[in-house]
Design a protein around this ligand. Structure first.
Ligand SMILES: [Zn+2]
Length: 140
C-alpha cells in the first residue's frame, strides 16, 4: 500500500483540484485503499482535470510526458455526496487500469470492468450509488 505521504504528494501535484478539498479527500480515500501495485498503475502518468458543475471550461498546461499518459476528467456535481465522489473516482481509476480507450466491440465490458476495480478497492456500485445516479443523471 502506498504511504500517506506518497498519496498526499500525488494529490497535491494535481493542480486542478487545489481548490476542491472535498475532492482531494475523496482521491486520498480511494488511493489509500489500493494495493501498492494498483496504486502505481493507477497514478502513473495520470493528470486530473476537475471542475465544479457551474464552471463552463478549463484549460491546463502539462509538462511533456515521455510515453503514454492519461487524463481523468471529473465534473463535480452540485451536492454530490462523498460516497458518490469516491465511487466515481474509483470507477474512473478503474478505466485507467484498462490501459486503453473504449471501442465499439467492447460494448459494456469496460464499464463492468471499471466497476469491478472500484469494488476491489472498496467502492462498489451498490444500491445507494445507483439510486443517487438515477435521480440526478439524465440520458443525453
Ligand atoms: Zn465508466
Amino acid at each position: 500500500m502506498a504511504t500517506k505521504a506518497e498519496i498526499s504528494k500525488f494529490v497535491k501535484s494535481q493542480k486542478s483540484i487545489w481548490l476542491y478539498r472535498k475532492v482531494q479527500k475523496a482521491f486520498e480515500d480511494v488511493l489509500s485503499s489500493m494495493s501498492d501495485e494498483d496504486y502505481r498503475e493507477a497514478t502513473e502518468g495520470l493528470y486530473l482535470m476537475v471542475l465544479h458543475e457551474s464552471a463552463l471550461g478549463q484549460l491546463m498546461h502539462f509538462p511533456r510526458s515521455k510515453g503514454k499518459f492519461k487524463i481523468l476528467q471529473l465534473s463535480i456535481a452540485t451536492k454530490a455526496p462523498d460516497y458518490i465522489l469516491r465511487y466515481v473516482i474509483a470507477h474512473e481509476l478503474g478505466h485507467g487500469m484498462q490501459k486503453r480507450n473504449w471501442k465499439k466491440s467492447d460494448k459494456g465490458r469496460l464499464e463492468a470492468s471499471a466497476d469491478a476495480w472500484a469494488k476491489k478497492w472498496g467502492f462498489p456500485r451498490d444500491e445507494k450509488v445507483e439510486k443517487w445516479m438515477n435521480a440526478v443523471t439524465k440520458p443525453l
